[in-house]
Ligand binder design. Structure first.
Ligand code: 9YT
Length: 134
């Protein structure tokens, strides 16, 4: 069994900061679970175009308010605590944060650790690993 604490992970190489969001990657490929698990903060007032062509992702809202729209149908879904969106079609989508949002995210296949989005809003399949504690 592996036990980690968000508070510790945030002080290590597991915290990745990017444009309008940051994410602490609590569980990664090198844990050999077949998925990765992250706690992501989307900053208030930001809008993001994401398209995870190489990954399936589910996102659960812990706190905050915003919306998500898949490009395919253009429907804007409210995001609030208790909402989960499941990108089962590798859906190209827009995520809007009205307030700061805290999200729990699962990726299959798992992220290696250091990924940030490429020009298409996707993550490449190989990336630098986080090398720290177990
Ligand atoms: C909300 C969302 O799309 N999160 C993606 C994962 C997060 N940005 C990360 O860990 O890279």
């Amino acid at each position: 069994m592996i036990v980690r604490y968000l508070q510790d992970a945030e002080k290590s190489g597991r915290l990745i900061k990017s444009d309008g969001w940051d994410s602490t990657r609590l569980l990664l490929k090198n844990d050999n679970m077949g998925f990765s698990f992250h706690i992501t903060t989307i900053y208030a007032g930001t809008e993001h175009n994401f398209h995870y062509q190489n990954h399936l992702e589910s996102v659960y809202c812990i706190s905050g308010e915003g919306s998500v729209t898949a490009e395919a149908d253009g429907i804007e879904h409210e995001i609030k605590p208790g909402a989960i969106y499941i990108l089962d079609q590798h859906d190209k989508h827009i995520l809007r944060a009205k307030t700061e949002m805290k999200m729990a995210c699962v990726f299959n296949p798992p992220l290696h650790g250091k990924e940030v989005h490429n020009a298409e809003g996707a993550y490449e399949l190989d990336a630098e690993e986080v090398k720290d504690d177990k």
